[in-house]
Design a protein around this ligand. Structure first.
Ligand SMILES: Cc1cc2nc3c(=O)[nH]c(=O)nc-3n(C[C@H](O)[C@H](O)[C@H](O)COP(=O)(O)OP(=O)(O)OC[C@H]3O[C@@H](n4cnc5c(N)ncnc54)[C@H](O)[C@@H]3O)c2cc1C
Ligand code: SF4
Length: 545
């Protein structure tokens, strides 16, 4: 390894950004805008583990354009891919056979917003960034943070390519590259792997609530013209989830007969037999939902975790040598089901702060700048809504109405969050859930789903899903929880199998199927699974998720 470190090429920048999502790209663009306005040269690069910008991006998405309006006011003239204004909101409560329309909560009203593919918006943002001189390197995963002798972050190293399963260099071997920055911005999105290291090293979560998460499973459909209503936004709560489990669905009608459909489930669920993937498949068969998909064609599939901790879970953002931005820190407004506008704004505010640091103001802090922004006010006002659902669906809805209409977001109390991995009950105390078999028309199995996520990983490489203590896979996960990773992983990566002639089951990890959703890193009850970056370019290849 020491030899490898010596032979790594080094490239120097003023700012290194990890992740070409909305937060990273907004930060890179803002930095270049500020430099141009001050007639200064600054070098900015963005590394992205997907094979291209957008390949790993998965969102809903109904997009609130507030941050984009501030970043690129003439985005319409520049052809930003925001072509479907949200026209109608429907909020439904489902029972097994019926759908009841509820009043749309104010946070979920989407007048003025757009239904978009976030992947396509990121591709467009990347073009804008490149026109301003940002260097973007897709296909390179940032694998380790680099520190100087004082312990300050001085950039990141991309992972070496061509290391075999056995840890030895193959004929494909190419050393990683050291991207050195005076400042490093981590924009890895929810549960970033380098973010996890720096949060731990610098104690960035000290004094705040644990971050909490949900998993979102999504499909993109091309529906028959008679079923397509561009601009329609449908959200459901209720069936197939029980009232103790937080979650619901979204159906967004985009342009070109496309409908984005997904199901989001809070990762604080308790029953180890719950399968988010199968809940989603079952949801599509509801009599009020199924007609949307009849005569249609499923185009794409994917999954991604999202933050739900909100205001009380925002960590310290600044560390020596850089800052966390976007969902790496966690700025999703859960009642709105939106994090893109806040992710972009956090990137822009961080860029402004970092620019000040580069020009000599060492005291500038991203956190205090963000505290003065609309992101802070927006998240603070809704901070109690998501935690109130721990009392169940009906109590949560009642509290949310009280908090919104009576307290107007100004309640003097703050509810706290609990880490998701602590929530599972032992399998012996949980009820098994029997899911219906997929019909292959509206509902599908995992493997045919992963197939259309275009996921690909080089097979001969070290596992990117690491068990800290391999024995716990059977001793704890299997014996106590009946191996919940078999069900919460939306890509069928984890399988309990029995070798021929052996009584002993073991955990088989089909790492090549991984869609990089990060759920296992979050939900494993003993935090025994570490997701680390595989070779750059591996993972899903989402077209326009
Ligand atoms: C199912 C679902 C539905 C959603 N719906 C909506 C919605 O309707 N409206 C809305 O506003 N928000 C929605 N969100 C939330 C929104 O998508 C996120 O808040 C937003 O994507 C966060 O942006 P980001 O830039 O922080 O991270 P991301 O969008 O996650 O981007 C991070 C990027 O960094 C890359 N990366 C990560 N680690 C590394 C590494 N080590 N090296 C190199 N590259 C790396 C990733 O590949 C990725 O491209 C939804 C999220 C989900 C999952
Ligand atoms: S292995 Fe983990 S990160 Fe990969 S798809 Fe499964 S749950 Fe998600």
């Amino acid at each position: 390894m020491a030899e490898e470190a010596v032979s790594r090429e080094q490239m120097e920048y003023d700012v290194v950004v990890v992740g070409a999502g909305p937060s990273g790209l907004a930060a890179a663009i803002r930095l270049k805008q500020l430099a141009a306005a001050a007639e200064r040269e600054i070098g900015v690069c963005v590394v992205e583990k997907g094979s291209e910008v957008g390949a790993h991006i998965l969102s809903g998405a109904v997009f609130e354009p507030r941050a984009l309006d501030e970043l690129i006011p003439d985005w319409r003239e520049r052809g930003a891919p925001l072509s479907t204004p949200a026209r109608e909101d429907r909020f439904l409560f489902l029972t097994q056979s019926r759908a009841f329309r509820l009043p749309t909560p104010p946070q979920m009203r989407n007048h003025g917003n757009y239904i978009i593919s976030l992947g396509n918006l990121c591709r467009w943002l990347a073009q804008q960034a490149e026109e301003l001189g940002v260097e973007i390197y897709p296909g390179f995963a940032a694998a380790e943070p680099l520190f100087d002798e004082t312990g300050r972050v001085r950039g990141v190293a991309t992972g070496a390519m061509g290391i075999g399963k056995d840890g030895k260099a193959t004929e494909r071997y190419q050393a990683g590259v050291e991207l050195l920055g005076r400042q490093t911005l981590l924009a890895e999105g929810c549960r970033g792997s380098l973010t996890k290291i720096l949060v731990e090293r610098f104690g960035l979560r000290h004094g705040v609530d644990p971050q909490t998460y949900a998993i979102g499973v999504k499909e993109l459909w091309e529906v028959s013209p008679s079923r397509h209503q561009p601009g329609l936004v449908v959200h459901t709560i209720g069936w197939p989830l029980d009232s103790a489990t937080y979650g619901g669905s979204f159906l967004y009608h985009l342009e070109d007969r496309q409908v984005a459909c997904g199901f989001v489930i809070g990762l604080d669920y308790e029953n180890p037999y719950l399968s988010p993937f199968e809940e989603f498949q079952r949801f599509k068969t509801h009599p009020a939902i199924r007609p949307f998909f009849e005569d249609g064609r499923r185009i794409s599939y994917g999954a991604r975790a999202l933050n739900e901790g909100g205001f009380q879970s925002i960590p310290q953002l600044d560390f020596p040598g850089g800052a966390l931005i976007g969902c790496a820190a966690g700025f999703v407004n859960v009642p709105k089901i939106k994090g893109n506008h806040t992710a972009m704004k956090s990137g822009m505010v961080a860029a402004e702060t970092v620019f000040r640091r580069l020009t000599g103001d060492d005291g500038a802090s991203v956190r205090s700048a963000l505290e003065q922004s609309w992101v802070w006010r927006e998240l603070r006002a809704v901070r109690n809504i998501r935690p109130s659902f721990r009392w169940g669906l009906w109590a949560g809805l009642a509290y949310s109405a009280f908090d919104t209409y009576i307290m107007r977001g100004a309640a003097p109390w703050t509810f706290h969050n609990h880490a998701d991995h602590t929530r599972l009950v032992p399998a012996s105390q949980a009820q098994r859930i029997e899911y219906p078999r997929p019909d292959g028309k509206i509902s599908f199995d995992r493997l045919s789903s992963v197939f259309i996520s275009n996921t690909n990983h080089e097979e001969d490489q070290p596992a990117h899903l690491r068990l800290r203590d391999p024995a716990k896979a059977i001793a704890v996960n299997y014996r106590l929880y009946d191996s919940p990773e078999q069900r919460y992983c939306p890509a069928g990566v984890y399988e309990i199998v029995q070798a021929d002639g052996s009584e002993q089951p073991y955990l088989q990890i089909n790492a090549q199927n991984c869609v990089h959703c990060k759920t296992c890193d979050i939900k494993d009850p003993k935090q025994n699974i570490d997701w680390v970056v595989p070779e750059g370019g591996g993972g899903p290849n989402y077209p326009n998720m």
